[in-house]
Ligand binder design. Structure first.
Ligand code: ADP
Length: 537
């Protein structure tokens, strides 16, 4: 066994081999394993160990070995380097920054059964990336020759570890930034100095319907419709000169040929570390205006509701007592006149007085219902029971009109958190409307005839955490143009003062309080279908 130190030629050859390997290595394990192979050839029959420091935690993280076993607790142990090595590698600050690198002149062997050897810190740019240990079996100490011979090799390995680390960091950072942009709840568009699109995030692609490769690299001006070109081009041009623009409204063209109203904030991106210096790019951050408009609408509705609530409470309070008197006395007088054999037209007039007063009472009660905040807590509710109860309340309506009322309830329907009485009210309103719609068709086609219309109430599991309740009818359906209007308070198309126009606004209110959604589709029965989606929890 020879333990002569390597010749200068061998050292040179090893460094060259290492340089070639380093250029190929893309990961730390691949790099260190190859480096140890080269080193084991250069100085054979030594125990070799590279411990790599995790720069984030500054702790020894991984160990790679050749020619010996290492201590089991090695990764948990501190890295010990000598005063001379420390001065050599200019590592004072790196040692100070890590509680796990200590300075001591006695070599701390990482190997089992080996007490002679030395350690070289793998240092680059003042940072410690690891430590290389070389150990000798008893009687084979070749330290004096080895240590200077492998010094250049160690420097080269440290630089390579640094490169891999920087590369990892750069890729990680690029990924992280890409994910930030992708997940941002805003439209993000970046352009470079020559107007080419360099960044467009998922929200923007989703809104416009374009694929990423249809936008990236294209001139942003190609996407701006001609009527907006002038003001947008000047906003971008101003940004390239360093100016910020906020609240720039853009009718964004979509792939499908329509436009979406959006609002943007356009800002210059200067060169890193050179504030006030040249502008490299422009970043525009936008919001889908239709979302904002929907929110504004909700606020307006809530405000209107609050005003109406106050008004309603006052009106009902004032109306309740006199109206109750009118209906009670009218009923009393009807009975009295009938028993006295009064003229039928007079009795009828009196009956109408009573019915009209009833109607005003009903209207004012609806009004209060509409405006009253629920304020009650949600409780576990069996939706199937609510459906059955509501259907049975509406039975008289259905029987009277000769309408077929079907009920289809999924037996697997979960218990949901809701206010049972309010859900019942939703269903009664929807079923009543459906029955009226079906009757209106019958009235038009065969006046005086009993209807052969259908209404179906369905309740099903919709998704993992939602259920859907649907009320479908064979009525005339709802024209597209009315589908939003029918939820406005006081919108009614019902004749003879039959409607108050408050049923659906109440329904929508209750559903919103339950964090659900209501939508209208065409039903398989030929008329309208109201779909109510409710969260289970
Ligand atoms: P009301 O029933 O007092 O008119 P609603 O708010 O409940 O008030 O309904 C508003 C309007 O919506 C109704 O007048 C009717 O025009 C329309 N509508 C509601 N449900 C249906 C339905 N199932 N089919 C057709 N039109 C409907």
């Amino acid at each position: 066994m020879t333990f002569s130190p390597p010749t200068t030629d061998a050292q040179l050859a090893a460094c060259q081999t290492l340089a070639i390997e380093l250029a190929r290595a893309t990961s730390e394990p691949a790099l260190v394993e190859r480096a140890l192979d080269v080193l084991a050839q250069l100085i054979p029959n030594r125990a070799l160990c590279v411990r790599v420091v995790d720069l984030r935690t500054r702790e020894p993280a991984r160990a790679y070995v050749r020619g010996s076993a290492i201590r089991e607790s090695l990764i948990g142990d501190d890295i010990v380097i000598s005063e001379v090595a420390l001065a050599h590698a200019r590592l004072k600050s790196a040692v100070a920054a890590s509680a796990r690198v200590r300075v001591r002149d006695r070599w701390d062997s990482p190997f089992t059964g080996i007490a002679t050897g030395f350690a070289i810190p793998l240092a680059a740019a003042g940072e410690i990336y690891g430590v290389l240990d070389v150990g000798y079996a008893p009687g084979n100490d070749a330290r004096a020759g080895d240590e200077p011979a492998i010094h250049t090799f160690a420097v080269q390995l440290a630089v390579a570890l640094r490169t891999v680390k920087l590369q990892d960091d750069a890729l990680g950072l690029r990924d992280y930034q890409a994910r930030l942009l992708e997940s941002a709840n805003a439209l993000i568009l970046g352009i470079d100095r020559s107007w080419r699109i360099t960044v467009c995030n998922r929200a923007l692609l989703d809104l416009t319907g374009f694929a990423r490769d249809e936008m990236l690299g294209r001139d942003v001006r190609d996407f701006i419709p001609s009527e907006q070109r002038q003001h947008l081009t000047s906003a971008f041009a101003a940004a390239l000169l360093g100016q910020h623009h906020t609240a720039v409204t853009v009718a964004l063209p979509t792939r499908a040929g329509s436009t979406v109203r959006t609002v943007w904030s356009i800002a210059p991106v200067g060169r890193a570390g050179a504030p006030g210096g040249p502008i490299d790019a422009v970043v525009a951050i936008g919001q889908d205006q239709s979302k904002i408009e929907a929110l504004q609408e909700q606020i307006v509705r809530a405000e209107r509701l609050a005003t109406l609530g106050e008004l309603a409470a006052g009106v009902v309070h004032e109306l309740n007592n006199p109206l109750t008197s009118i209906t009670v006395y009218a009923e009393y007088l009807v009975r009295k006149l009938e028993s006295q054999g009064a003229e039928a037209p007079d009795v009828e007039k009196l009956r109408r007085i009573g019915a009209s007063a009833q109607r005003i009472l009903r209207f004012s009660r609806d009004l209060v219902q509409y405006a009253r905040p629920s304020g009650r807590d949600l409780e576990p509710v069996d939706v199937a029971a609510v459906v059955r109860q509501s259907v049975s309340i509406c039975e008289h309506l259905v029987d009277r009109g000769g309408i077929m009322l079907g009920v289809e309830v999924d037996p697997e329907l979960p218990i949901i958190r809701a206010i049972a009485g309010q859900l019942e009210q939703v269903l009664i309103n929807l079923i009543t409307n459906a029955v009226h719609a079906v009757e209106s068709v019958a009235r038009e086609s065969r006046p005086g005839d009993r209807s052969d219309g259908h209404v179906i109430v369905r309740a099903q599991v919709e998704g993992p955490s939602t259920i859907v309740i649907e009320v479908a009818d064979s009525g005339p359906g709802i024209p597209e143009a009315d589908r939003e209007k029918i939820f406005e308070p006081f919108f009614t198309t019902k004749p003879d003062g039959k409607g108050t126009g408050l049923g659906l606004p109440i329904v929508r209110n209750i559903i919103e309080q339950h964090r659900g959604e209501i939508s209208i589709t065409s039903s398989d029965l030929g008329g309208a279908a109201f779909r109510v989606i409710l969260p289970v929890l």
